[in-house]
Design a protein around this ligand. Structure first.
Ligand code: SIN
Ligand code: FE2
Length: 211
């Protein structure tokens, strides 16, 4: 059996087909209000192959000039991100083990040739909360390592309906997506993969304490 780094949890097949279909519908509504945009690498402006949008009070964006950050509005429309759907809030409550609510859901859309280089999720101030990842559509090869880029990594396949928790001592673990397995799911109307990541961004100070 594959041994994952401590703090990484893979939960295969967590979402039923109908739960996955419901989530796709919910995401379609989000994308209708907050269109997918092409993120750019900081400084170089090189476009990423994944397209993105967000829902929740904050959204993760990146562009040439200002780099990686969270902001309350869509970078193109200038409008606030759509609200976090109840289904995602429920899933976070059930699975995150974290008291406070998530503030951002990053929606990543992978076309058949998209991938994501090894990186850390480190733009959040509250690192006590895990990142909760949800996979929908075509499967991919996911890679996760340690806290240094050069640490050994393990790779495993993420299928539609799988969850991954990135937390604890692996909260800052390097991770990425090497490739998609095209045509492995019938969930989406076209080839591709949607990944949702739920994140707590600002420090959570507990109920009724301004958190
Ligand atoms: C991410 O690290 O933001 C995406 C991970 C994934 O697509 O599974
Ligand atoms: Fe990430």
């Amino acid at each position: 059996m594959l041994v994952l780094p401590k703090g990484i949890r893979h939960i295969p097949g967590f979402l039923s087909r109908s739960a996955q279909e419901d989530l796709v519908e919910v995401i379609r509504l989000v994308v209708a209000e907050a269109p997918l945009f092409t993120p750019e690498m900081p400084r170089t402006g090189k476009p990423m192959s994944v397209r993105m949008t967000n829902c929740g009070p904050l959204g993760w964006v990146t562009d040439k000039e200002r780099g990686y950050r969270y902001q309350p509005v869509h970078p193109i429309t200038g409008r606030p991100w759509p609200a976090l759907p109840d289904r995602l809030l429920d899933l976070w409550r059930e699975m995150s083990g974290f008291e406070g609510p998530p503030e951002a859901c990053l929606v990543n859309y992978y076309g058949p040739d998209a991938k994501m280089g090894l990186h850390q999720d480190r733009d959040e101030q509250d690192l006590a909360a895990p990142v909760l990842s949800i996979s929908l559509g075509d499967a991919c090869l996911f890679r996760v390592g340690g806290l240094r880029r050069e640490d050994r990594t393990v790779s495993f396949r993420l299928d539609s309906g799988d969850l991954v928790l990135i937390g604890g001592e692996s909260r800052l673990a390097f991770h990425g997506v090497d490739r998609l397995y095209r045509g492995t799911s019938t969930l989406l109307k076209r080839e591709g993969r949607i990944n949702l990541t739920l994140r707590r961004v600002t420090p959570w100070r507990g109920e009724g304490n301004g958190g």
